[in-house]
Design a protein around this ligand. Structure first.
Ligand SMILES: [Zn+2]
Length: 454
């Protein structure tokens, strides 16, 4: 369906119910939406639902490969493991909460952090909705709709006495919206239920995501105080919700922030220096804002950025190719340092330009800055299930050579099932979920949904 900017504004005016339920105070402030100038940005997008992270084309391709039941096919192997995953089982019982806390619970009325409940249930809603799309078995769609409706009925706010709540608002906001996007055409999820869910996504999630990005977490912080992964997850939530709601203004906000924003979610701040030639002769490399911090976060930037780029791609925006494939150079850099192609790390050179984090900035607290002078070995080797998504895009959409995607290709192979066996550990022995909350930081299932090789 083609949607114009004007109709989106009218729908917003009718559907935005305000945020009067959210208490005052800096950390809770939903803020006032600023007027943005979108001249030069699209006035319409083409929505071929589902078209957030997973497209209808992806579903068609994967269904054909599943039907062939070839045990040597990495897609079929990944699907078999997906069907065994605890968050893809029928019946799954949701555990909705009235208030979700991520961060300091002081003043929230909740005794401690409880965001794992929405992390698990959002993952289950997404996977059950995906399982319905791939198998056609109605019970999975019904179960996914029950989970989404249960949360929309009960959850009033995501909160905390600090800004950690915005990580949950980002990660789980975008998972929930992707679940809804996959379920939008399920006849059993009524129009009335979907309208209620849309309104809930807008007030409980989207408005908060936007406040965080517009204000960089509050007036005490400079625009680069929050690392890239914070803005990326909130941008991902906004884009997924924007696609599901067909909200042109929200999509353009994400597009503009990624292309020319002041914060760490802007491509030129996330990747602060121009790519350089790989000293070992394979394509180009670019460190990210978080390369000198630690690899757990540096790889999170990759998985979030990749899923953000793919959602944009599915509505016709090419974040992947922006600034001469700059995102690829960041992926190559991060893969080169973290991949273990034969069980051990590569020993090639890692070029690094000194990076000053929050040094002499406008943050009110001047004690947290640091100077990075080399890639950080902390957390080296972190596996996140995003590499087949990146590899497939540059290989099959941009038609780059294997050498131009050299390290990404190696990492994708490390996380792929070969003859039914997973070669890397994939994060605690599973291609999608480990046991910690960090396993819910991205949606994953990259090999199943994006592998396009023979
Ligand atoms: Zn700062």
């Amino acid at each position: 369906m083609k949607k114009t900017l004007l109709s989106a504004i009218i729908l917003c005016a009718l559907g935005c119910s305000g945020s009067e339920n959210i208490p005052g105070g800096e950390y809770f402030n939903p803020g006032k939406t600023e007027e943005e100038d979108y001249s030069g940005y699209p006035t319409s997008y083409e929505f071929n639902h589902p078209c957030a992270l997973i497209s209808s084309t992806d579903i068609g391709r994967v269904k054909e490969r599943i039907a062939a039941e070839s045990s040597s096919d990495p897609v079929y192997s990944a699907f078999c493991h997906f069907c065994e995953n605890v968050y893809a089982q029928y019946p799954y019982k949701a555990n909705p909460q009235e208030i979700i806390v991520r961060g300091d619970p002081k003043g929230t009325g909740v005794s401690g952090e409880n965001y794992i409940t929405v992390s698990r249930d959002a993952a289950a809603a997404f996977q059950l909705a995906l399982r319905w799309n791939l198998t056609g078995e109605e019970k999975y769609a019904r179960n996914a709709a029950e989970i989404l409706d249960a949360w929309a009925r009960k959850l009033k706010m995501v909160t905390a006495n600090d800004n950690n709540q915005y990580l949950c608002l980002g990660f789980q906001g975008y998972t929930l919206a992707n679940a809804a996007e996959l379920l939008g055409k399920y006849p059993g999820w009524t129009s009335a239920s979907q309208q209620k869910f849309k309104s809930w996504l807008r007030t409980v999630w989207l408005e908060r995501n936007r406040w965080f990005i517009e204000n960089h977490g509050g007036s005490n912080n400079c625009p680069l105080h929050y690392w890239s992964n914070w803005e990326l997850c909130n941008l991902a939530s906004m884009l997924a919700i924007g696609i599901y709601l067909e909200d042109i203004e929200t999509i353009n906000f994400v597009y503009k922030t990624f292309r020319e924003g002041q914060g760490s979610g802007c491509i030129s701040n996330m990747i602060p220096y121009n790519p350089v030639e790989d000293p070992d002769g394979h394509g180009k490399l670019a460190q990210s804002m978080e390369s000198g911090r630690d690899q757990g976060h540096a790889t999170l930037v990759i998985s979030l950025c990749a899923e953000l780029c793919q959602m944009a791609w599915n509505i016709g925006l090419d974040f992947w190719g922006m600034d001469d494939n700059k995102v690829l150079a960041m992926c190559e850099y991060t893969a080169k340092y973290n991949v273990r192609p034969s069980g051990s790390y590569l020993t090639g050179a890692m070029p690094f330009t000194e990076y000053a984090y929050c040094s002499g900035c406008s943050c009110s607290n001047q004690n947290h800055g640091s100077i990075h002078q080399s890639v950080s070995p902390s957390g080296r080797g972190k596996e996140r299930p995003c590499w087949d998504l990146i590899y497939s895009h540059y290989k099959y959409e941009k038609h780059l050579t294997d050498d131009e995607v050299y390290y990404v290709r190696l990492f994708a192979r490390q996380l792929r099932y070969v003859d039914g066996v997973l070669t890397g550990d994939g994060g605690s022995g599973d291609p999608r979920y480990g046991s910690s909350s960090g396993a819910f930081d991205q949606i994953g299932w990259g090999t199943m949904m994006f592998y396009k090789g023979e």
